[in-house]
Design a protein around this ligand. Sequence first.
Ligand SMILES: [Zn+2]
Length: 408
Amino acid sequence: MMPSGDNMPLNMPCEPQILAGWVVDGQGGPARQNVLISIAGGRIRRLEVLPANCRPAGAFHDLSQSTLMPVLIDAHVHLALSGTRDPELRRCQLSAGAEETYAVIARHLKTCAQSGILALRDGGDREGRVLAYQKAAQPQERASIYVSATCWAWHAPGRYGRMIGRSPGNGLDLGQALPSMPEGLGHLKIIQSGLNSLNRFGCQGPAQFRLDELLAAVAYARMHRLPVMVHANGEEAVAQAIAAGCDSIEHGYFMGAANLARLAESRIAWVPTVIPMQALAQDPYLSSHQRDTALRTRDHQLNQIRQAHQLGVAIVLGTDAGSVGVDHAKAVFEEMGLLGQAGLSLEAVVRCATSRAASLLGLPNGHVIAEGQPASFIAIRRRPAEVLRGIEKIDGVCIRGFWQAMQP
Ligand SMILES: [Zn+2]
């Protein structure tokens, strides 16, 4: 029995032997079937594929009907915002006070932890509250889930981004403004384009910052050992972000074949965030023309992902949770399904949400199921072929050898 419900103690140690129906290891290799996992001291001591239908000797925890995969990572969230569609609630959360926002952040972190999503990279909020929350949080709260926080994102004066960012003031350019950021950032976030138009399909606006400003910002970030995430849609904005040597392209809608090829030749990751567009395609507050444009935009992005995967681009899973209709945690499983629709295998999708994301976040543990690694994984009671068809429920989360109590 996997722990579930109120009667289970918190953080119950897992058994020394687990028989997994299937293991998807997070490194992209094919799912292995009927795997005996031996655990000691919170780490995976041994992984052994048993012959079909063979049972191990001695006591074991039977998960032979489940698929196990590493604990997951969402590489693009906005923890200070919920995914509510209600326009009034969205306005309220933008003007909420610090304590109110901290409660929202704590709630989102708890939801993620319950779903086995144990590392997040935040895309910023205007007041820098996620960073402030991180600094103020008790060590035990911080330890349960890793968050790379920025302060606010940077956008050019008069351009898109005010909701989550600030622009350099007083006639300063981007490079000159960066030293005003608070300490303790996990990365730098720059907004280099607008949003995708829902009125004109594929319409590309001009880039926000000049290339020399981007280059100065990346040089500043390198000096302070900060990775750089760049929001960029359209050919020009993406080409400039790549030329500036950023670490990841966020969204990257309509970037085009030349940029996909450039990404494949670089070490730059791509976080395509498809689920927000899918959510807009179902948004009751939009016109039918706008919903239709969102759907076409989503399909165009799925096609770009298919090409990128074939080229070998380092695709990383991110959801933009906190956007309209994009709920924290739930969106990770929806985005996994969309990457599957783009033609990625389950193994490839899991890699985007685990080891590839871990490398982008610079995490010491690779979020893989392998000998010597922490015994941290999620269990889903399905065969691999069914995992991407809408995961509604995680059946167990094991962290460093302890099963976490699940919501009833
Ligand atoms: Zn975002």
